[in-house]
Ligand binder design. Structure first.
Ligand code: SAH
Ligand code: SF4
Ligand code: F3S
Length: 450
């Protein structure tokens, strides 16, 4: 480790992408606080600016490039160390390091955060010795088969929900997806280590824990599968709600569904990314299930967990997707009637199987047309499903307060993950409140306390 005497240790960090990145930022905060750094909320006040990035779609990286220029500009020539962390660091390593216009100082991939103090020190030392083109860039984008950060207790901002990664990485190599390359292979944390952290979270006042993993239900540790893990977590008395994301449809044995059905603390909502309703496209995506398999799984889930809410992810305009393929997606959406859906236009990513084997041949205008009609259909379905909540009573957990513009509003969620607004009254964060639903839109329900 390079030893430096450096008093400029104020760090600004910004996070993009999925919940795993939000959690990783909490790990980064913990690691840097221990090393004597402090955090500031404004980029202008920082000596070091970190962007924890996402590489899942094209626009994600353009946004980050723009932010890097903005951060440099707001320092008006004064020195600021800029580091790019996360999935872009592994995905775009060469471009990031060699792009002179960006002129970033270092990059660190998702498995290298324990080395952050060292990487920052390296940049700072170099800045003193070298200038301009001679300056070396620090980097560590190695992926690990073992790193789970099980020994780092994240520095969480507080609140009602705590994220907790129980596994990292992905072995599936869906042809469109960059994650197996940016995050490496699957690895899981010991169950007793997870349970100990959940217990501590409960003692610290968190009401809900959301177990995270790129394929959270592929969790496996020395004979313990995800069903075993979530069952053990549900026995922790101090925590009241348990959620998990993002699961893969291939790992839903009945054992897991039974555990979810049996334990009142495990929320009755499953995110089940389908990606496409066309067998031809599912095969080209390498998703390992057919439309029929997926529909069978949905029926099994609904049979074992009555009243379960389902959400999904869909990609439109994947390579060679025809109108007929897209119609298959629409018909699947009509058949399943997901409670909500995240929809994406296919975005080709460097290094993926699809970028090597297929052509990104669906015109942008067609992708747009398809996503617009898919969203319109889903909005109709969500609204219909939400209307069925009107006049019914539900218990919600208050997770957030309104903003400046609506300070008297609270936001809570039902067990099945519906977002509910509530006039604040005497209620506050972390409270369970019984409400009657009086109005709904496609995205949110309005409740009154009863
Ligand atoms: N592991 C999860 C998904 C993680 S990525 C799973 O397998 O279900 C989150 C979502 O981003 C994916 O479900 C997919 O819908 C979307 N996505 C991933 N790669 C994409 C790409 N190249 N273009 C558009 N959307 C993509
Ligand atoms: Fe990407 Fe597929 Fe892995 Fe999900 S399962 S992270 S979509 S490769
Ligand atoms: Fe993005 Fe990496 Fe998450 S690519 S979606 S930050 S796993």
């Amino acid at each position: 480790m390079i030893d430096i005497q450096y008093d400029k240790k104020r760090v600004f960090v910004e996070t993009y992408g999925c919940q795993m990145n939000v959690y990783d930022t909490e790990l980064v905060r913990s690691i840097l606080l221990k090393a004597g750094y402090s955090f500031v909320a404004k980029e202008q006040e920082a000596d070091i600016a970190l962007l924890n990035t996402c590489a899942i779609r094209e626009h994600a990286h353009q946004k980050v490039y723009n932010r890097i220029h903005e951060i440099r500009r707001c320092h008006q020539g004064k020195s600021v160390v800029i580091g790019v962390l996360g999935c872009m660091a592994t995905n775009l390593r060469t471009d990031l390091l060699e792009n002179r216009r960006l002129n970033i100082d270092f990059i660190a991939g998702p498995d290298s955060y324990k080395r952050l103090p060292e990487l920052i020190a390296q940049c700072v030392n170099d800045e003193k010795q070298w200038t301009g083109d001679k300056r070396r860039k620090a980097y560590d984008v190695r992926l690990s088969e073992f790193e789970t950060y099980a020994d780092v207790y994240p520095e969480r901002p507080g609140g009602v929900n705590a994220w907790l990664a129980v596994m990292r990485g992905c072995n599936n190599f869906c042809t469109f997806c960059v994650v197996p390359y940016t995050r490496g292979r699957e690895r899981s944390r010991a169950p007793e280590n997870v349970v100990a952290e959940v217990r501590r979270l409960g003692q610290e006042g968190f009401k809900q824990v959301t177990l995270l993993g790129q394929n959270v239900n592929s969790y496996y540790y020395q004979g313990h599968d995800f069903a075993d893990l979530i069952e053990e977590v549900s026995r922790v008395e101090t925590i009241e709600r348990i959620r998990f994301t993002s699961p893969h449809p291939k790992d839903f044995p009945e054992k897991l569904l039974n555990v979810i059905a049996r334990h009142p603390k495990i929320c009755k909502h499953i995110h089940l990314p389908v990606q496409s309703g066309s067998n031809r496209i599912l095969e080209r995506m390498g998703r390992t299930y057919t439309r029929e398999d997926f529909l069978e799984l949905v029926a099994k889930i609904q049979r074992i967990i009555p009243g379960v809410a389902l959400s999904t992810d869909v990609i439109v305009g994947f390579c060679a997707e025809t109108d007929a393929d897209f119609e298959d997606t629409l018909s699947l959406m009509r058949e399943v009637e997901f409670d909500s859906a995240f929809t994406f236009k296919y975005s080709q990513r460097k290094g993926t199987i699809a970028s090597r084997q297929y052509k990104d041949d669906v015109f942008e205008a067609i992708k747009t047309e398809r996503i617009v009609s898919l969203n319109a259909l889903q909005k109709e379905i969500s609204l219909k499903k939400n209307r069925a909540y009107i006049s019914h009573c539900h218990e919600i957990l208050i997770e957030n307060k309104g903003n400046k513009h609506s300070p008297d509003i609270l936001y809570g969620r039902t067990d099945d993950n519906k977002l509910v607004t509530l006039a604040s009254g005497n209620h506050g964060l972390g409270e369970f409140v019984k409400v009657r639903i009086v109005d709904v839109s496609a995205n949110v329900l309005k409740g009154v306390a009863i």
